[in-house]
Design a protein around this ligand. Structure first.
Ligand code: NAD
Length: 271
């Protein structure tokens, strides 16, 4: 077994709401490998559950609504004061107003567009800009995306457009920061039952259909997202990977035609 020791390494994990959050799944292997983690959370409402989750860990918890530049400045100033540097960032947050999921895409308002883009895409740029300053020896940043960035996924609407902007931002950020040895990547995860996912109308059907139609005929797990992100984050495994969108979706994204009921599945044939 390859053993990784991250003691002395510092990571910022953004977007833990509860134990189902993808940010939490990514934090687990980092914690097990000995990294010191700072968790940022959207608002004070979320602090008690985060305190409970991180009980016994030497982690710091700092509130940061990513739509507020002053809160972002305070977050990175606090990390600098406490640790002096940063090695990893996990950016696992997104938001679009509920109406954007409920109505056809062309109904999107200017304000809903602005909010979704601000929280779900611009925040990665704002975070990376501040984080890179604390990564003089290099570092690694991972964000979370979804296939709706590239293909139409009914109901996803505005969030799909925001994820497209997020994935394009990953490439530009990776280009800017490549010479400084700061890597930026996205993990495009298949559906996982989390608070954010449940707010999308039709998510339940998407979850069961998507799972059965994937190459592996199953959904992925949050732990699989966590381990893939870990591999991308740490230089021992992911050192040469930057500017990428990496799929952790049991192969769903690469299928060109889904098997209709009754259609022969050659994989079931012997030999
Ligand atoms: P989650 O609800 O656990 O996490 C979403 C987080 O976003 C929450 O912690 C919330 O507080 C945070 N957030 C929203 N607005 C914010 C703001 N203004 N400031 C700071 N934080 C804010 O759900 P999740 O599914 O773990 O989502 C994490 C990421 O994974 C999101 O980018 C989501 O789009 C992406 N993703 C999820 C799935 C899935 O099926 N669950 C699939 C692919 C990608």
């Amino acid at each position: 077994m390859y053993s990784i020791d991250l003691s002395g390494k510092v990571g910022l994990v953004m977007g833990v709401t509860n134990q189902r959050s993808l940010a939490w799944s990514i934090a687990q292997p980092l914690t097990r490998a000995g990294a010191s983690l700072v968790y940022s959370y959207q608002g004070e409402r979320l602090r008690p559950s985060l305190e409970k989750l991180t009980e016994g860990e030497a982690a710091s918890l700092i509130a940061c609504d990513v739509t507020d530049d002053a809160q972002l400045d305070d977050l990175f100033a606090a990390i600098e004061a406490e640790h002096g540097h940063l090695d990893f960032v996990v950016h696992a947050l997104a938001y679009a107003p509920a109406t954007t999921f409920a109505r056809p895409f062309h109904h999107v308002t200017r304000e809903d567009w602005r909010i979704a883009m601000d929280v779900s895409a611009y925040s990665l740029v704002a975070v990376t800009h501040r984080a890179a300053r604390l990564m003089p020896q290099g570092g690694s940043i991972v964000t979370l995306s979804y296939l709706a960035a590239e293909r139409v996924v009914p109901h996803y609407n505005m969030m799909g457009v925001a994820k497209a902007a997020l994935e394009a931002s990953v490439r530009y950020l990776a280009y800017d920061l490549g010479p400084s040895n700061v890597r930026v990547n996205a993990i495009s995860a298949g559906p996982v039952r989390t608070v954010a996912a449940r707010s999308i109308s039709g998510f339940g059907d998407m979850f069961s259909e998507g799972g059965s139609q994937s190459m592996m005929k199953r959904n992925i797990t949050a732990e699989e997202v966590g381990r893939a992100a870990f591999a991308v984050l740490i230089p021992e495994f992911g050192g040469g990977v930057t500017g990428e969108t990496i799929y952790v979706d049991a192969g769903f994204n690469a299928i060109g035609m889904f098997i209709p009921p009754g259609y022969p599945d050659q994989r079931d044939e012997p030999g």
